[in-house]
Design a protein. Structure first.
Ligand code: NAP
Length: 540
């Protein structure tokens, strides 16, 4: 395929170029090949797995349960694969991605260690030209951007960033060689999901761990452990029903949990506490759905938030540290974390917490860093500073659509899409889990499958009517962006500086990027558009 791909020309293009070999790229390729299409995946890493290929930091684990965070497209695959833990760890998820690549013979169609630098729509040919940084050219009728939502790391431009003489790592680009912490003084910047998962593991073996926290996060215990074989058997006996039920859930997962649809205000205090405690003991992201209004009503939200703060206070011995760890933003405004032993780690004598909220990190130095006028020396610095989410990777590629307009120019004031799938001015190019779709607010594999299925149905439709191009109309795109903004404005999401809003990257336009209307209604809208003959698209 490498040769074939290189030999494509504008006159003899491939059907599809897929960018990225994560879960979206693998499934897109599987569907493309089984439908007899000529496709190639271009991947910058030297292996499959996307986010699970890059995020190898200690403790990396999915916060959606194993039986839900997996492909549903192949009945045999879901029967034969066995997860070992309730929440799968990164190595096991990566093994699963590799298994899928081998099982469906995908690897020969993936070009590894190639970074897409430029994509140009050749209007006269109705063909996309994709150019990699090492000069390879691919021509295709369609492009599927399976580039991931959290695939471009965010490394703040601290003064003196490159002067540090010790080991330094970003959690999102963790090295492939073993990293040891024994006998080392380690500093970690950030307290998002990546830090919250890695801190307890690093603390177990390092000499001392100092955590630099700007904003505390809410974290719910995972209560992880070996997966219950009876639970697995029950689901595998009826996996299709389980998948279907999950697709009816707001975020595409959690159907196994008891569902409550009452207001926090309808419950007396004892009932509230008991409900929150039940969810806390179940563990995981389901805590946010203890009542029907903790996500939408500020007062209700803060009742749930106070329950979590009290849990933090009860777990952390040092009162000052406990208070520093208590978040005051809206619960769920930044993504809630799921942890194993996070708060208890602060009771270890070799762990200390430094707040950089009032005194930002002034500089990275050859020996460590300076904040609040105080210097801290380290053998190792870990940047758990997150990602340029949702648009970061797309913005690194020069994507030229009609009349040479680039995607970066088009999105200068924030991303605009139709359904998070298509962009006006960029015909035949699809964004998987793009801004404007439920994406990061949902179970990614569920939404990836839904998007790829939609795209493949669309390609079948175009073939059946012998159409060459499909493009979102400006009217439909504008309407979709307005709808997304209106729904988001009615929620508590825009109330804090989250990466959902682009607020973690200096200069990034502040737009609430994911679609907040929930997976089921979103999927229904997409289906309806397809049923009605692609309303909002211009097909030629
Ligand atoms: P993140 O949530 O964006 O956290 C980054 C952390 O770095 C925040 O605490 C942030 O503070 C801090 N930070 C950034 N710039 C800073 C600066 N200049 N000075 C001091 N602190 C700074 O990133 P993440 O932890 O990598 O997680 C990102 C997302 O990836 C998660 O929300 C989740 O969706 C996904 N993820 C999922 C899992 C899982 O499945 N379990 C695991 C890891 C990640 P502020 O909050 O003040 O900006």
């Amino acid at each position: 395929m490498t040769q074939t791909a290189r030999q494509t020309t504008a006159d003899n293009p491939l059907d599809i170029v897929i960018v990225g070999a994560g879960f979206a790229g693998l499934y897109a390729l599987q569907r493309a090949l089984t439908s007899g299409r000529q496709a190639v995946v271009i991947e910058r890493g030297d292996g499959v797995g996307g986010t699970w290929y890059w995020n190898r930091y200690p403790g990396a684990r999915c916060d959606v349960q194993s039986m839900e965070y997996s492909y549903s497209f192949d009945a045999a695959l879901q029967q034969e694969w066995s997860w070992t833990e309730r929440y799968a760890a990164q190595p096991e998820i990566l093994e699963y991605a590799n298994h899928v690549a081998d099982r469906f013979h995908l690897r020969p169609h993936i070009e590894f260690k190639r970074t897409v630098a430029k994509m140009v729509y050749l209007e006269d040919r109705k063909v996309w030209q994709t150019v990699t940084s090492d000069g390879a050219n691919y021509f295709s009728r369609f492009c599927i951007m399976a580039t991931g939502c959290l695939s471009s790391t965010n490394l703040p431009e601290f003064e003196g960033l490159n002067t540090f003489e010790g080991e330094s790592y970003h959690t999102g680009q963790w090295p492939h060689h073993p990293v040891t912490f024994e006998g080392k003084k380690v500093g970690i910047i950030g307290t998002g999901s990546s830090a919250i998962q890695s801190i307890p593991i690093i603390a177990e073996s390092c000499e001392h761990l100092t955590i630099f926290q700007r904003t505390p996060n809410y974290s719910i215990p995972a209560h992880n452990g070996p997966i219950d074989p009876d639970y697995v058997a029950t689901i595998k006996n009826n996996y299709d029903d389980f998948r279907a039920q999950n697709k009816q859930m707001f975020a595409g997962f959690g159907a196994h949990q008891t569902r409550w649809d009452d207001s926090v205000f309808a419950a007396d205090e004892a009932t509230r506490e008991a409900r929150f405690e039940t969810r806390w003991q179940e563990g995981g992201l389901g805590f946010s759905s203890s009542f029907n209004d903790t996500g939408s009503n500020l007062e209700a939200n803060q009742i749930a938030a106070e329950f979590v703060r009290n849990k933090i206070r009860s777990q952390v011995d040092n009162k000052e540290t406990a208070e520093l760890l208590c978040p005051d933003q809206v619960l769920g405004c930044k993504r809630v974390c799921v942890d194993t032993n996070y708060y208890a780690t602060y009771n270890r004598p070799n762990v200390s917490l430094v707040s950089v909220k009032e005194h930002p990190i002034e500089a990275i130095t050859p020996k460590g860093l300076v904040t609040g006028g105080q210097a801290y020396d380290f053998d190792m610095l870990i940047f758990a500073t997150g990602f340029d989410a949702m648009t970061g990777t797309l913005s690194k590629i020069r994507i030229e659509g009609i009349d040479g307009l680039t995607l970066n120019e088009k999105w200068a004031e924030g991303p605009k899409t139709y359904l998070g799938l298509a962009v006006t001015g960029f015909p035949n190019l699809f964004t998987v889990s793009g801004p404007g779709s439920p994406s990061v607010l949902s179970n990614m594999i569920v939404t990836i499958e839904q998007h790829i299925n939609w795209i493949m149905n669309c390609l079948d439709h175009l073939a059946s009517i012998e159409a060459g191009t499909i493009e979102a109309t400006m009217e439909a795109e504008t309407h979709w962006v307005t709808l997304g903004n209106d729904i988001a404005a009615g929620t508590l999401f825009p109330t804090c500086n989250s990466w959902y809003l682009g607020a973690n990257v200096p200069g990034k336009p502040r737009i609430f990027m994911p679609y907040v209307g929930g997976f089921p209604s979103y999927a229904e809208i997409c289906d309806q558009i397809q049923r009605e003959g692609y309303t909002g698209f211009s097909i030629r």
